[in-house]
Every structure is written in C-alpha cells, then in structure tokens.
Design a protein around this ligand. Structure first.
Ligand code: FES
Length: 516
C-alpha cells in the first residue's frame, strides 16, 4: 500500500510542505532551515513548534521538557513528533541575521575566479570573487546541513563517533558546499571553468569532518586535533561541478578547538603585524581568543556555551524577526528594541547582554547576578521575561570569555591590549558599553571594534596569496602559542571570580543606548 502523504502548513509564512506519514516532523522542517540545536535528542527545547490544527503526539521527552500549560496550548518539540496527519504549525524559530561580509581589502590581482567559504558550525557563507578586480560576484549563505545532528561542535563529534556518523557528516557538508558553489556560478552567470581556487576555513571540527579526518581525539582531553595541516583536495574528489583538478584548500588549524577560522581572523586583522598588543575575540558557542602582536601571539578556546546565540535561554532566540536585540532604560522605564518592528517573541544575545547591563543599572540585578527581592524572573516587556536561570547562563558564558582573556593577559605579564576586535555577527550587534558593564569585555567601548566576519575575510585574503604564501602558514603558526585553559591551574579560580557582574565601578563608562 502506498504511503500516505500529509500536508504541513507553516505559520506565519503560509508555506506548504508535503511529507509522508510516519516521518519525523524534524525532516521536512529541517529542509526549510529550521534548526535542531541538540541534534533532535529532545534535550534543548530549541525546536518548539505550536500545533494550530491537527494533532501531534506527546512522548516522554516532551512531557519532561514542556510544561503542562505548554502542552495544553499545543506546544511540541518538532524533533519528537511523528507525522500522522495534516498539520498547521506555528514556527517561531526562523530566518537569522547573517553577516555576508564585503569588507574591502588590499590584494594582488590574479586572473580567473576564486571561491572563499566560511564553514561555520551553524552557518556556511560562500563568496565568488573576481581575482582580477577583487570584487565579490555572488554570495550564498545557508544553515550548515550537519546541524540536524547537533547545534554545537561537541554534538557533531558525538554523532561522528556513532556508526556511519562521520561519513554522513562529511557527505552532508561536502555536498552542500558543492551546491552552494554551483549556485554562486549560476547567480553570477560565470563559468565554472574560470574558478582557479577554492579556500575554506572553519573550526577544528569542521576542518576534520570536511577533510575526512577522525574527530575521535577531539572528544577527550587534551582535545588535540588529529592533523593540524593545510588539506588540499580536488573538485573531482569532492564530486563538485568544477574542473576536476580545481584545488580545494582547507586552511590549517592552530590548535585544539582553535581552527582556521581564527587563522583567517589573524590574516584579516593583521595582528601578526601589529606593534601594539591586540586581542581578537570570536564570541560563539566556542569562544576563541587571540592576544598578541608581531612578536608573539597566544590563543585559547573556551566553552562559552550558546547563550550569546540565544540558546539555553528560556525565551532565547537568534537575531531574527521578533527578537529583542536592545534593552535600555529611560526614566526608570525599560525600552526594548525588537528586530523587524513586530511583537517581541524572545531575546537574542545582544538583547540579553543589554538586559543584564540595564538590570544592574536599575538595581534589578545585583552584582552577584541575583535578581533583587528574591524574584525569580523579570519581565522586560509584554510576553518576554528573563529568568534567574537565564542570568546564570549568561554569567557562565561571560565568565568563560572574560576568564580566558584574563589568563592570556596574565601570560603577557598583565599588559592590556590597545584594541579588541570582536568577530562575527554577535560582535557587530552587541552594545560595547553593555559588554563592559557586565564585565564580558572589560575595556572601554572605544577600544573595542566589531570586525565582521573575519574568517571569511581571511579566506578571501588567502585566495590572493596562494602563489607567494607558504600555504601551510608555517611561519605564522609557529608564532602562535596555544594555551590550554583546562590545563591552567588558575583558570577555575579566575572563572569563578568572573562569574559575578563586578562592583559596578565602571557604571560611569556606560554610554547611552546604541542602535542595533
Ligand atoms: S529538543 Fe528538539 S532539537 Fe533539541
């Protein structure tokens, strides 16, 4: 008997999908870009949908993760639902703001075209460049198709270690990047024959999974990569629609969980040429920090957790329509800026940092992070509330970054950086005064500079230096010392100290609100 097909209508877009009976609701939704942060394990609540019409069953995982009220209101975990009939579901997690960096940069012209790819854990950004003019001909961004098997690198490593997992992750990302490149060529009405080089950058797990290298050593202490080096494959090996011998280079890693995205960040920010001490901080689930100058560079990675990306926050969401991205106080009253000029649905990382800073200013949150008067939550605006647990999550993320930077600074004999680059989308959105107020970045805003997608910019720069540069970046990598924070005897103590929001002594530095 043929399998019955059911219709799924997504609200608010009205998009209509069709999928066979018995499949996980995760599959058709994932195709539409919905993320499954814990890889569909039913652990994170990140895939909540609300069933408006039709029925979707409730299993034990949902009973554990959703309240009785939520279940009664139709909320379900999409990853735990099996399609058994037509559905109309409300989907709140949707489109995210992604940086497609077009920062100008210096280059030496080369004939032909090149492709630069930032292989992020969450997002892949690919650009097609004219190597003669340096201009970007086309840009494509997509959610990393591996995300169905986990939102963070450790979930991917876990899945890769399961039977057949590594090959599935490898196939997914290789196929997806091949498709993105085909789309770039079409979008620019270009010829694939003209593509001379493809350069990829990403964290160590993305590097290993794309290149077909075992991630087993990344699953346990000391988290040392299997291989650090530049990996060169050909388009033929990858079965991409490019001339077979087109080289595809994945730039080398710097150390355990400090990948070529940070190497590219060094190229983009030119820390290795700087006379003065400079820091580069990439604030993501895995925070990566470099502190150095032209003589010496130290790097570390720190498990910041996903709070800055809105995950593990009760009403957290990514920087998408409906997210509170900015919180200020005027005359003691809160003002929330909502992305997309719509009703607030949740709060993203920059809003969270702002909310904490504003809460400290208003005395709603104490320096220890405790909500005043024994409250367990704080309403920011109609329908959006911050809980005590949310603040604790932010404190953990903040302490990981601030503690990591402190350890590197100690190794530099307490010398302060003159400039701090914040990489990535969050770095662009976060209010730097608020970041200072909560002690996330303990430096005045005028010393802190959003640096955009430094990984992509570095990959682009690499496209122009392949002929003259040692492609393995040996001399640059030799000047970078990887510091293992978990092996540092002081890190735990410093981490605990950094959990507080400080004494509020830097209150006067807090500037008025900035637009997002
Ligand atoms: S609970 Fe469904 S993806 Fe985490």
């Amino acid at each position: 008997m043929p399998t019955k097909t059911h219709r799924i209508i997504l609200r608010p877009t009205g998009l209509e999908l069709h999928a066979p009976s018995g499949v996980s609701l995760r599959d058709p939704l994932f195709e539409q870009g919905v993320e499954f942060p814990c890889g569909g394990q039913g652990r994170c609540r990140g895939c909540r949908v609300r069933v408006l019409e039709g029925t979707a069953g409730v299993n034990a995982a949902q009973e554990e993760r959703l309240s009785v009220e939520e279940l009664a209101a139709g909320w379900r975990l999409a990853c735990q639902c099996v399609l058994e009939g037509d559905l109309v579901v409300e989907l709140r997690q949707w489109d995210s703001a992604i940086l497609a960096d077009e920062t100008p940069f210096a280059f030496e012209p080369r004939p032909g075209l090149g492709v630069a790819v930032d292989v992020g854990t969450t997002t892949i950004v690919a650009q097609l460049l004219d190597l003669q003019t340096g201009s970007v001909l086309a840009v494509r961004t997509a959610l990393n198709s591996q995300a169905r098997h986990g939102g963070d690198v450790m979930s991917r490593v876990e899945f890769a270690l399961s039977t057949g997992g590594r090959h599935e992750l490898q196939d997914l990302v290789r196929r997806q990047i091949g498709t993105l490149i085909t789309q770039l060529v079409r979008a620019a009405s270009a010829s694939a024959e003209d593509i001379r080089d493809v350069v990829l950058v990403g964290n160590t797990v993305m590097h290993h999974l794309f290149c077909g290298i075992s991630v087993e050593p990344l699953a346990h202490y000391p988290f040392a990569p299997s291989r650090y080096d530049l990996e060169i494959l050909t388009a033929e090996q990858l079965d991409w629609e490019l001339p077979g011998n087109t080289p595809v280079r994945f730039l080398p890693c710097l150390g355990g969980f400090v990948g070529s995205d940070i190497l590219a960040g060094l190229l983009a920010t030119r820390i290795s040429e700087s006379e003065s001490l400079v820091a580069l901080i990439d604030l993501g689930t895995n925070g990566e920090i470099v502190l150095g100058n032209r003589d010496r560079m130290l790097c570390a990675s720190t498990a910041a957790g996903p709070a800055f990306e809105g995950a593990r926050i009760s009403m957290g969401m990514r920087a998408a329509t409906g997210a509170i991205s900015q919180v200020t106080a005027e005359g003691g009253r809160l003002r929330c800026h909502v992305l997309g000029n719509t009703e607030p649905r949740g709060i993203c990382g920059s809003g969270l940092v702002d909310a904490a800073a504003t809460g400290l200013d208003l005395g709603v949150i104490g320096p220890s992070g405790r909500l005043a008067n024994g409250n367990t939550n704080w309403e920011l605006c109609a329908g959006v509330t911050l809980t005590q647990k949310d603040i604790r999550e932010l404190q953990l993320a903040k302490a990981a970054i601030a503690g990591g930077l402190r350890i590197l600074r100690e190794r530099w004999n307490g010398v302060d950086p003159t400039r701090i680059y914040l990489a990535g989308a969050f770095g662009n959105y976060v209010n730097r005064s608020s970041a200072q107020r909560i002690g996330l970045i303990g430096y005045p805003p005028d010393q802190v500079q959003p640096a955009g997608n430094t990984a992509l910019l570095g990959a682009k720069l690499a496209l122009f230096s392949l002929d003259r540069e040692d492609g393995n970046y040996t001399s640059l990598r030799n000047r970078v010392e990887h510091i293992s924070l978990s092996a540092d005897a002081h890190f735990q103590d410093i981490f605990v100290e950094e959990l507080t929001f400080g004494s509020g002594a830097d209150f006067s530095c807090r500037a008025s609100s900035q637009s997002v």
